[in-house]
Ligand binder design. Structure first.
Ligand code: DAH
Length: 339
């Protein structure tokens, strides 16, 4: 047995392997359950008791050397040390799958942050509203088309309970409860009875701003608009105001910004005009102040309102409005790095 061990030791020391297959053949031959070493182990039982110690030691030595040799050959073949558990401490850790902010939330936050820097604070109101806060207090004539069932979702006709069609309703709620100075920004979801398509949805989001104080003028409104446009879309952004009409403001205007996709040169997005409309605004109609218990002889103010989806489209070029509410992760994950 001793001779057998010695000759195996020599054999093993001289082993080489040129491929994984060769190495596996060697492993089976020497180290597997039916291999040479196992069979020696079996024979070991019959060894005379007084020799057991010495032969046992030799046998263990053989076993260790065979295993070491096998590992060394494997490392050589694979370029990897298999006898040690391999942990590459220099590798960057697996990243956690973090959630993403919704693009509408990102833009809403941006808008609110800009106005917060001008001293506006956030005000919120209910989505289920009544006719007074959404229409009547805001000077909508009784036969105004917005009151039509085709434009507005009514919950209860008799009691005039409806889903708000704009966040201007929050103006009324705040003015009814607070005396000026009032400087608020009202973000929220609004509903309109529209057929859903890539460019219209039955719910979307708006931000409304309201500033009421002594001596507030259209010049204050314009300065605020210029500041907002440059902060939101970059310092090269230009604005233009076009006369418009809203029941709750007089005078009223719509604001365009220079198209930030083509830099004002003209492209399909701005319909080759170089301008895109982003919001409505104006001086709060004295009737609205009166309706809300504010003395229009002492106070004046401006209001403005914009759709968050529209601003988001301009910032991120989302071509289909429906993407905002479908929760498709392939879409949402594109906003991972946005804040
Ligand atoms: N409420 C208007 C809308 O939903 C937007 C708007 C226009 C708000 C002019 C205003 C404003 O405060 O002054 O279309």
């Amino acid at each position: 047995m001793r001779d057998k061990i010695e000759s195996l030791l020599k054999e093993i020391n001289n082993l080489t392997a040129n491929s994984k297959e060769e190495l596996e053949t060697l492993r089976i031959h020497y180290l597997s359950k039916k291999g040479e070493i196992s069979s020696l182990m079996n024979d070991f039982r019959d060894i005379a008791a007084d020799q057991k110690r010495e032969v046992g030691q030799k046998l263990n030595e053989l076993k260790e050397q065979a295993q070491d040799k096998f590992n060394a050959l494997k490392v050589k073949l694979e370029g990897q040390d298999v006898s040690v558990e391999t942990i590459d401490l220099t590798r960057t850790a697996d990243t956690y799958q973090v959630g993403t902010r919704h693009p509408i939330s990102i833009v809403r936050k941006k808008i609110c942050d800009i106005f917060a820097r001008l001293g506006f604070s956030i005000a919120e109101g209910p989505e289920i509203e009544d006719d007074w806060h959404v229409f009547s207090s805001l000077n909508f004539a009784p036969d105004h088309p917005a009151r039509d069932m085709q434009d507005t979702f009514f919950i209860s006709h008799g009691a005039d309970i409806l889903l708000r069609t704009h966040t201007s309703s929050v103006q009324t709620r705040v003015m009814e409860q607070t005396q000026p100075p009032i400087r608020i920004i009202c973000p929220g979801r609004v509903y309109r009875n529209e057929a859903i398509s890539y460019r219209a949805h039955c719910f979307f989001h708006q931000v409304e701003a309201l500033y009421i104080d002594r001596n507030v003028s259209f010049a204050d409104l314009k300065q605020t608009l210029i500041f907002f446009a440059k902060e939101m879309f970059g310092s090269d952004t230009k604005i233009r105001l076009r006369p418009s009409f809203f029941p709750f403001t007089e005078p009223s205007a719509e604001m365009d910004i220079s198209c930030n996709l083509c830099g004002g040169k003209g492209c399909p997005f701005c319909k080759h005009t170089g301008w895109v409309e982003i919001l409505g605004c104006g001086m709060v109609d004295p009737n609205v102040l009166k309706n809300c218990g504010i003395d229009s002889q002492i106070y004046s103010g401006y209001a403005l309102g914009m759709g968050i989806e529209r601003i988001t489209n301009l910032k991120y070029q989302v071509k289909d409005l429906r993407l905002f509410s479908e929760n498709d992760l392939r879409f949402l994950r594109q906003f991972e790095s946005a804040t």
